[in-house]
Design a protein around this ligand. Structure first.
Ligand SMILES: [Zn+2]
Length: 440
């Protein structure tokens, strides 16, 4: 089947960051024409893009689908307290039904906003339910169970034996990474250095190397976490992880708020990725990452909303806006201009995940992950250039159509696979049951 997106402003995010006016033609799962499309549209589905930008599907390289049900249940706390008092007890209370409801609500929210690829960190148990939900929803996912085999305050149900944790992750990798859709990929995700042993980290490195999976964890997020790591292990987390082999092009580290220049240089040299989560960094009082400095030093970066209870939205447009605005406070008003910022959510995200040859830009031959977003609303007009509109003024509600792998998963603002009302009803019901089980 062919689809023609007709008459929009095409933000290609190619090497020249070119913007062209015209049409995008998709044949099956691939983009086959950009700018000028054939006049004969018989047998082609035509999607009107007048007044819209046609942009690459947005990549959120750090989210927690398992935490979406906890939205609003963990406000106004610093990171370590937020984890111990709220998030871990709530995660420990999850069952398969609540996890599926949490994932579906998050996927509905993110896909309606134009997110087409995510890197998800799960909870300890039942991660099959998350892959299942992603498969149903039609999103592209890199994800894995979170792993914890150490640390104080970790509830018993979430603390695993090292060997059991690794065996379960390996089972999930083998089961889902060969899924026929080609959209599901495994990521080994030890939670963070304070809740994992060296053996666990080294075990994930070994397994990810064998299966070519991604590695994913949190680093250098909050000053208190940094102090605790140094007290326990005598060094900063980035240096320790590096010693354990947790580094390189397939490794994505979330946050990096506290990184020093020397650490940034080492990350750049290794090719280790940093995922910027500006809203979560603000809400947990972690600080403002030096994004422009990290980019200047050659660190590969992506962006992500993190979890619903530390944000409280999973909105890629808000993250873009916050990233661009906060960069001005951190390193000066000329930092992270809109045309540069927008790449963080598109081609940079794809590169961080190692899929930029297939995704992240609107170019002939690439997979058809395409978003059509209105740029002519009263909160956007008369506006400036398209990047200014997209980064500073557009909201999630401006997204009209979302295509993933040639399938229109959102059409005229409605999800074509998930039913909004039943997802919401199930989320409310499961949240109630889960909080009762958590006894908070
Ligand atoms: Zn996180």
């Amino acid at each position: 089947m062919k689809t023609l997106f007709r008459g929009g402003t095409i933000v290609t995010c190619n090497d020249r960051n070119a913007v062209v006016r015209g049409d995008v033609l998709v044949d099956g799962q691939r983009i086959v024409a950009v700018g000028k499309a054939p006049r004969d549209v018989r047998g082609t589905r035509v999607v009107d893009a007048t007044g819209c930008a046609i942009v690459p599907g947005l990549v959120q390289a750090h989210v927690h689908l398992c935490q979406v049900l906890f939205r609003g249940m963990a406000d106004d706390l610093p990171l370590l307290e937020w984890l111990a008092k709220r998030i871990w007890p709530l995660e420990a209370a999850h069952d398969e039904a609540s996890l599926a409801a949490s994932a579906e609500l998050g996927l509905l929210e993110m896909m309606l906003a134009g997110t087409t690829t995510i890197l998800d960190m799960g909870t300890v148990h039942a991660y099959d339910a998350v892959f299942d939900a992603c498969d149903r929803a039609g999103i592209r996912v890199f994800g894995g169970k979170t792993m914890m085999d150490a640390g104080g305050n970790v509830p018993k149900r979430l603390r695993e034996k090292t060997s059991e944790s690794l065996a379960e992750a390996e089972r999930l990798d083998a089961r889902w990474s060969r899924h026929p859709s080609g959209r599901l990929h495994y990521a080994y995700a030890p939670r963070f250095i304070l809740s994992c042993t060296e053996a666990l980290f080294r075990g994930t490195v070994e397994r990810a190397k064998a299966s070519k999976a991604r590695l994913h964890t949190h680093v250098a997020e909050h000053p208190d976490e940094r102090i605790a790591v140094k007290r326990n292990l005598g060094d900063d987390d980035v240096a320790i992880l590096r010693r354990w082999g947790f580094k390189g092009k397939r490794t994505l580290l979330a946050h990096g708020v506290q990184l020093t220049d020397a650490e940034a240089d080492v990350l750049a040299k290794d090719g280790t990725r940093i995922v910027h989560c500006p809203s979560a960094n603000l809400k947990l009082g972690s600080g403002i990452a030096r994004v422009q400095d990290l980019l200047d030093r050659g660190v590969q970066m992506a962006i992500g909303a993190d979890g619903a209870p530390c944000n409280n939205n999973l909105d890629p447009w808000l993250e873009l806006r916050h990233a661009a605005l906060l960069a001005k406070i951190r390193t000066g008003t000329t930092s992270l201009p809109a045309p540069r910022a927008f790449r963080l959510a598109t081609i940079d995200g794809a590169r961080a995940l190692g899929v930029d040859a297939e995704l992240g830009s609107i170019e002939i031959g690439k997979r058809a992950d395409v978003v059509v977003v209105r740029i002519d609303g009263p909160h956007v007009e008369p506006g400036g250039d398209v990047f200014s509109r997209l980064v500073y003024a557009v909201t999630a509600r401006d997204v009209e159509h979302v295509m993933i792998d040639g399938v229109l998963v959102v059409r005229s603002g409605e999800h074509t696979r998930l039913d909004r009302e039943s997802v919401l009803a199930e989320a409310r019901l499961q949240a109630k049951k889960l909080t009762a089980r958590a006894k908070l």
